[in-house]
Ligand binder design. Structure first.
Ligand SMILES: [Mg+2]
Length: 226
């Protein structure tokens, strides 16, 4: 694969959770715990039953929320508020990261299966919110999550990326299966490595153009000499 330069792409599309911040910070495990807690409360079931519902919904719909809405009539706003109601002292204001993002020419976006409020909280805690032109969240996709191919068409439209510009676009994600529809559309893809999603990576490695241990190593490797 060709070395990426800061002007290699017109559109840089980033996932949020476990991509913009490192999975090792443990922030997402707090959100994950609250997803299970929500299911226990909302459906009045045991933890074991909630775990079964959760994995079945995730497997069938690609996102637990979408399954809970379709099969259990869950209110998405209440759910999203509850699961993202976590503190994040792990996140630090990161001037270096901001500079590295700023060094990329072209437009930068966030494409997340989480909520707009959560994305804004994360990005502003890290001091990088102003680097992104637009955030596409799960509500704005009509609750069609990645990796549903329909979600990616909504994303391209929302970010005003024409068919001709797709080859000029790159998508950076920690969940490899979410890279597959992007790769099929013609975007370049970056997998942010993590042990948690390793099995998923093995199944979808054909959809990965580049892989890096974290966002910083990806940005550090970008040649700014153009
Ligand atoms: Mg992610």
């Amino acid at each position: 694969m060709k070395k990426i330069c800061s002007n290699s792409f017109e559109n840089w599309i980033f996932d949020l959770d476990n991509t913009v911040y490192d999975i090792k910070l443990g922030l997402f495990s707090k959100i994950s715990n609250r997803i299970t807690e929500y299911i226990i409360r909302a459906l009045s079931i045991t933890r074991d039953e909630a775990n079964l519902v959760r994995s079945a919904m995730y497997k069938k719909y690609g996102l637990t929320l979408t399954g809970l809405m379709r099969e259990y009539g869950i209110s998405p706003d209440e759910y999203l508020y509850y699961i993202h109601d976590v503190t994040h002292p792990e996140l630090k204001y990161d001037e270096q990261l901001k500079l590295k993002l700023n060094n990329l020419s072209g437009r930068k976006f966030i494409y997340t299966n989480a909520s707009q409020d959560h994305a804004k909280n994360i990005l502003s805690a890290m001091g990088i919110d102003s680097e992104f032109e637009k955030i596409l969240d799960i509500k704005a996709t009509g609750y069609l999550p990645k990796p549903d191919p329909k979600s990616y068409n909504i994303m391209l439209k929302s970010f005003d990326i024409s068919i001709n510009e797709i080859g000029n676009s790159i998508f950076i994600e920690d969940t490899a299966k979410n890279l597959k529809p992007a790769k099929l559309l013609g975007l370049k893809t970056v997998w942010i490595e993590n042990d948690f999603n390793l099995q998923d990576y093995r199944e979808h490695s054909g959809s990965v153009d580049y892989k890096y241990s974290d966002l910083n190593s990806f940005l550090n490797d970008i040649d700014s000499r153009n």
